[in-house]
Design a protein around this ligand. Structure first.
Ligand code: DAH
Length: 346
């Protein structure tokens, strides 16, 4: 009985609101004063069996001390506070609570950095549709009908067009479609990059995904040479990775460029990570590139006798992987906060 009452009063003390001096006085009378509820409990002690009296007495003393201590704390707050109302006192020595900041997604970080580097070289940023016709994704880019290069990029088709296969609708497999759209729209000189999402019908694993991101680059003008391509991508690599970076251009094939080259950067094989990434060669591919094929220029109404140009395309996931050490492509789209939090403040 008595023990229960003690518990009740403990609670009552904790919940008793003291915001004004009047309430403080009420508190004093009720819990600390000689006519208060706590004192009254001591009266009851004499009716308690002898064996229990000691234990119950201790409980009562604890309650009494609790009431007195709390009174002292609140009273001190009133004294410290000129307005005469109690408020939590501010302890200036406490460590600050850190703000919970969000983080920028590593693909957004990598894309922003890529854009920044090319903007400084005078490239503008352009955009294009993700649902695209065969014409813009393949045919205008000099992919002949039934050419095996179409199958290199497993395509998600949205709608087939029985009359005109160049009007089949699909999810773009690369950002190269935006090249065509730009060249149709704008007369040279053209100097733009085109970041965006692309889709391929691939099984999802650590190394492949059914969607990912690319940045396309295009530079068309009079007398644009292969050397311009090389200088541009070399400068980009230095800015992106390290001023001492080594790059190499490896002959390759794309239907829309001639000649074509893949750009590798040198990682070395010193660590397990670089060995694995470069499959033991020390080199890792960062982009495809080449001189825009004259057929492509002609398809867009640009005279290949007058203008030349280079183009390139790179994967943003790959760049982010190299910059931030992301090992598994799936992490980029799973929204696991344990992954995302690592980019706080980056
Ligand atoms: N479209 C190519 C791909 O997805 C990448 C690429 C290669 C883009 C060479 C280009 C280029 O503009 O010139 O694999």
């Amino acid at each position: 009985m008595l023990t229960e009452r003690v518990k009740e009063i403990f609670q009552e003390i904790e919940q008793f609101e003291v915001a004004t001096k009047e309430q403080l006085e009420q508190y004093r009378q009720r819990f600390v004063g000689r006519k208060g509820v706590v004192e009254a409990l001591f009266e009851g002690l004499k009716d308690i069996a002898k064996e229990e009296r000691r234990a119950v007495g201790q409980e009562l003393n604890a309650l009494k001390n609790f009431a007195i201590d709390r009174f002292a704390v609140i009273q001190a707050e009133f004294e410290a506070n000129d307005s005469g109302t109690a408020g939590p006192s501010v302890d200036l020595t406490l460590p600050v609570t850190p703000n919970q900041l969000g983080s920028i997604h590593p693909l957004t970080l990598a894309r922003a950095k890529i854009i920044e580097i090319f903007e400084r070289m005078g490239f503008s940023v352009a955009d294009g549709p993700e649902i695209e016709s065969d014409w813009y994704n393949f045919t205008a880019l000099n992919f002949p009908e039934n050419h095996p290069a179409r199958e290199m990029q497993d395509t998600f088709f949205v709608a087939k067009n029985a009359e005109d296969p160049t009007q089949d609708m699909l999810l773009r497999t690369h950002t190269s479609n935006v090249q065509i759209r730009m060249m149709e729209r704008q007369k040279p000189p053209i100097r733009a990059i085109m970041p965006g999402r692309v889709y391929r019908n691939e099984a999802i694993s650590a190394r492949a995904h059914c969607f990912f991101h690319q940045v396309e680059g295009l530079y068309i003008d009079k007398n644009v040479s292969f050397k311009d391509l090389k200088d541009t991508l070399y400068h980009f690599s230095k800015e992106m990775f390290d001023k001492d970076v080594k790059i190499r251009l490896r002959p390759s094939f794309f239907p829309f460029t001639e000649p074509s080259a893949e750009i590798d950067i040198w990682l070395g094989t010193d660590t397990e990570e670089t060995y694995r990434l470069s499959k033991g060669t020390g080199w890792v591919e960062i982009a495809g590139s080449g001189m825009v094929d004259p057929n492509v220029l002609a398809n867009c109404g640009i005279d290949p006798e007058e203008y030349t140009g280079f183009a390139f395309g790179m994967g943003i996931e790959r760049i982010a992987q190299l910059r931030y050490g992301v090992r598994d492509l799936r992490l980029y789209s799973e929204n696991d906060v344990r992954f995302l939090r690592q980019f706080e403040g980056v």
